[in-house]
Design a protein around this ligand. Structure first.
Ligand SMILES: Cc1cc2nc3c(=O)[nH]c(=O)nc-3n(C[C@H](O)[C@H](O)[C@H](O)COP(=O)(O)OP(=O)(O)OC[C@H]3O[C@@H](n4cnc5c(N)ncnc54)[C@H](O)[C@@H]3O)c2cc1C
Ligand code: SF4
Length: 333
């Protein structure tokens, strides 16, 4: 691993001032915040990330989960994934989030990983992680070998001719369905970013993954008040039952009254270049009878824009079945 300076800032302001000296908050940033380090240190060992300064933010007062006056929930940036998943309000009112987090990684990694770090975890595309290979995300303009190469696990939604990398997070899929808001403190002050606006599609700039600017510190995430009587399901399909990333996953928050769907919030993981909210599937379900035929129609609508590569065409039907099964489980739970 390269040489770097390890700094423990005393307060958020000091952390932001130091990080603001970087030219970018995207791939190749010279200054990086560190939460659990389970993504960052991994990539530093591979020389994919080579920051000159690493700011350990674990001492900052960002580790609380608190109720909000409007009935929602405030989750600090350094809350550990395990603490989030086992928090009583999360288990009771936002169970899709608890299920999603617990489906990811391993108990040890979840004990280290933080909420903000999970929001910013990087793709598992093998070319991105191998500095001997070209990769537009790691080195803009160098090419994308995955498009003609090994792409079985890569994305079918939101891809471009420059990058087809999957966003690997489970937690983010649940947060997309819960319509979370990400709160950032930057050199120009605080701002709130809707979950759907936080991650960027690759387009012609796959090295830009989020709207973050130099110095932007994620301080917390908020969830809106829970939807009464809603059913929560996170279903993750993968090559082995644990310690594996999703080939396809679905987060479902479903409200049913008198046999009809009154509200549906749906997001996919494992298939999109960002956590993939499906407004199309939600629109198909709204106001319609909650039955298998409509669940299948919603799944068809969700995948209509999918663009398969040479090895991952199977993901289209896999994602359809994943959503259909998740909706059926929500109906009967
Ligand atoms: C073997 C293995 C298996 C895994 N399996 C899964 C899985 O199945 N599902 C899944 O979802 N994930 C999985 N993961 C990924 C894991 O969830 C992430 O590594 C973890 O969530 C990252 O959190 P962290 O706190 O360790 O991030 P860090 O490594 O500390 O940081 C990640 C990024 O976030 C930035 N950052 C951190 N905090 C802030 C902040 N407050 N403000 C701004 N920037 C910040 C850092 O600078 C860095 O760029 C796996 C990881 C490993 C190693
Ligand atoms: S898919 Fe994206 S991350 Fe993977 S090689 Fe292509 S540009 Fe790099």
């Amino acid at each position: 691993m390269h040489n770097f300076e390890f700094i423990r800032p005393e307060d958020p302001a000091a952390a932001i001032t130091t990080a603001a000296q970087a030219k970018t908050a995207q791939q190749g940033a010279e200054v990086r915040f560190m939460g659990g380090g389970t993504t960052l240190i991994d990539l530093m060992k591979l020389n994919v990330e080579t920051p000159a300064r690493v700011l350990d933010i674990n001492r900052l007062p960002l580790d609380k989960i608190e109720p909000m006056p409007d009935g929602g929930l405030k989750i600090g940036a350094t809350v550990r994934n395990s603490d989030l998943a086992y928090h009583s309000s999360v288990q009771h009112d936002y169970s899709v989030l608890s299920q999603a987090v617990l489906s990811g990684a391993s108990a040890q990694i979840r004990n280290m990983a933080t909420v903000a770090g999970n929001l910013l975890q990087r793709t598992r595309c093998m070319y991105f992680r191998d500095t001997a290979m070209p990769c537009n995300k790691r080195e803009p303009g160098s090419g994308c070998p995955a498009i003609t190469g090994s792409n079985r696990t890569l994305a079918i939604l939101g891809t471009s001719d420059h990058c087809i990398a999957t966003n690997p997070s489970d937690m983010c899929v649940a947060m997309a369905a819960l319509e979370a808001t990400i709160h950032v403190q930057g050199p120009k002050g605080p701002r709130a970013i809707s979950f759907g606006d936080f991650h960027l599609l690759p387009g012609s700039t796959p090295h830009r993954e989020t709207v973050l600017e130099p110095g932007d510190l994620i301080t917390h995430v908020t969830l809106p008040p829970p939807t009464k009587e809603s059913k929560h399901v996170y279903l993750k399909l993968r090559d082995r039952a644990s310690y594996e990333f999703a080939l396809a996953s679905a987060a479902v928050v479903l409200t049913i009254a008198g046999g009809n769907v009154t509200r549906a919030r749906i997001a996919f993981g494992g298939v999109g270049t960002k956590p993939w909210r499906s407004h199309e599937a939600e629109a198909v379900l709204a106001g319609r009878p909650a039955n298998d035929a409509n669940f299948r129609k919603a799944a068809e609508a969700a995948l209509r824009g999918a663009k398969p590569q040479s090895e991952n065409g199977f993901k289209i039907e896999l994602a359809r079945r994943c959503l259909t099964h998740a909706l059926r489980t929500a109906l009967t739970s």
